[in-house]
Design a protein. Structure first.
Length: 276
């Protein structure tokens, strides 16, 4: 069965997210660990988590995906900004252990003028400071569109980060279809080639999740503006090939399309119909 869900608001807690996911026939979901702008996190409620874990078991929700605030920048030239990213992510990883065995995705960061090499070194040293040998959470680097000074557009950049992380068994990658398309990887006409390249440079073993988004912009635009499935430059047929591809079809897919709940439900239904 297609393992698919969408991004949900975490403001009402885990049990509420589980119920909303099931109501739109999702088998997983993504959520922000805290306000996406990076403010303080709400205290975890152990009762809410216990209800969620039981509900998830009953309804076949296997794994969920947490997303770090997208304003964090562990690659910044500013030491205080880097420290804030490290502290926030370390706190998130502690909290993730209350729902063990899930994934935590983050944007590698922007080098803000220092150059890619320096940015990569900062990201790796942050990860080396916060990963713990006993953790059950896998930390995912998200593939990025490459707008501004973003790191993570090229697969080689993600490889370099992974190479420098000591506990890299706790690391994986999340492929965002809008981002790789905007980053110049032609997943419409050359999906096999792109995935071969991913395998050679990063290794498909590292690929733990897919963000399934259409793009408002053409190949290589480096813009990062998500579109509804089938309403952007990637198109429905390419999305159908992606969810059915042998290298991808058993991964969890997460919609981050510009939708309310009803629209997400429609996209999930459509994609389930086209999964063979
Ligand atoms: Fe993201
Ligand atoms: Fe994404
Ligand atoms: Zn995006």
């Amino acid at each position: 069965m297609l393992n698919i869900g969408c991004h949900l608001s975490s403001s009402k807690g885990y049990a509420a997210m589980g119920k909303i996911a099931v109501s739109i026939q999702a088998s997983t979901f993504q959520f922000f660990t805290r306000n996406p702008r990076g403010a303080r996190a709400k205290a975890l409620d152990p009762a809410d988590i216990a209800v969620f874990l039981e509900y998830a078991r009953e309804h076949g929700i296997e794994k969920i995906l947490a997303h770090a605030p997208y304003t964090l920048n562990g690659a910044s030239a500013d030491e205080h900004i880097r420290q804030f990213a490290a502290d926030t992510m370390a706190d998130d990883l502690k909290r993730m252990e209350y729902t063990p065995g899930n994934c935590y995705n983050f944007h590698p960061g922007s080098h803000t003028g220092q150059g890619t090499e320096a940015g990569i070194a900062h990201i790796a040293s942050m990860l080396n400071g916060i990963l713990r040998p006993g953790q059950s959470t896998t930390v995912l680097l998200e593939t990025m569109a490459g707008k501004g000074s973003e790191i993570g557009r090229e697969f080689e950049e993600l490889r370099e980060i992974l190479d420098r992380v000591e506990l890299s068994d706790h690391m994986g990658v999340c492929l965002d279809t809008c981002h790789v398309w905007d980053g110049g990887y032609d997943i419409v006409n050359r999906l096999d080639e792109v995935l071969d390249r991913f395998d050679r440079i990063i290794g498909l073993k590292r690929l733990k999740a897919v963000h399934l988004n259409d793009s408002m912009n053409p190949l290589g635009a480096r813009k990062d503006r998500h579109a509804k499935i089938g309403q952007g430059c990637i198109g429905l047929e390419a999305m159908v090939r992606i969810i059915n591809h042998p290298a991808l079809r058993s991964l969890p897919f997460y919609l981050e399309t510009p939708n309310e709940l009803e629209g997400y439900g429609q996209e999930i239904r459509l994609l389930r119909e086209r999964y063979v």
